[in-house]
Write a protein that binds this ligand. Structure first.
Ligand SMILES: [Zn+2]
Length: 164
């Protein structure tokens, strides 16, 4: 599925969510939604605010941005990962079948698919519960951070030897 089709689906899900919850469409909200949809990969509330300031030449207050991102989260079209005091967001589609790998050091997020895990979760017995989607978070170190850690440990080992 191309990213344009996906954005259409996200727009539709957002519109449905707004209607169901009697939420108003405001120019600020629409500008925020457009900015999020045009972003690839993960982003922070601050980076979206910067993008909005550049493209619209008007400032959207922090509260409106957080409020709008919360609304998108409720609609299931963005997801949030907070680590070490930094929250990052990314687009998603209803959190269906998502396994995300989160780096505990730099908070980067990547997705993997695994049919075996997917089948196991879908076949799992769920008492009095109708599943509409799922997401699984695996924590660890991304290749960049793991390499940096290895370099640091090598350096430490060398200074240890010199001391002896
Ligand atoms: Zn990392």
């Amino acid at each position: 599925m191309g990213s344009i089709d996906r954005n259409d689906e996200i727009r539709q899900a957002l519109a449905d969510h707004m209607r169901l919850n009697n939420l108003r469409n405001t120019p600020e909200r629409n500008a925020l939604f457009d900015a999020v949809l045009s972003t690839e990969g993960s982003f922070t509330a601050e980076s979206i605010m910067e993008l909005l300031a550049q493209s619209h030449r008007f400032m959207i207050c922090r509260a409106t941005v957080y409020n709008g991102l919360g609304l998108m989260e409720e609609a299931g079209v963005v997801r949030k990962v907070c680590l070490n005091g930094v929250c990052r967001y990314e687009k998603c589609w209803k959190n269906r079948y998502s396994i995300r790998l989160v780096c505990s050091n730099c908070s980067s997020i990547s997705d993997v698919t695994d049919d075996k895990v997917r089948r196991q979760i879908e076949d799992m017995r769920k008492k009095r519960f109708a599943m509409t989607g799922w997401s699984l978070t695996v924590y660890g170190l991304c290749s960049k951070c793991a390499a940096a850690l290895r370099r640091r440990q090598k350096k430490l080992n060398k200074t240890d030897i010199r001391k002896k």
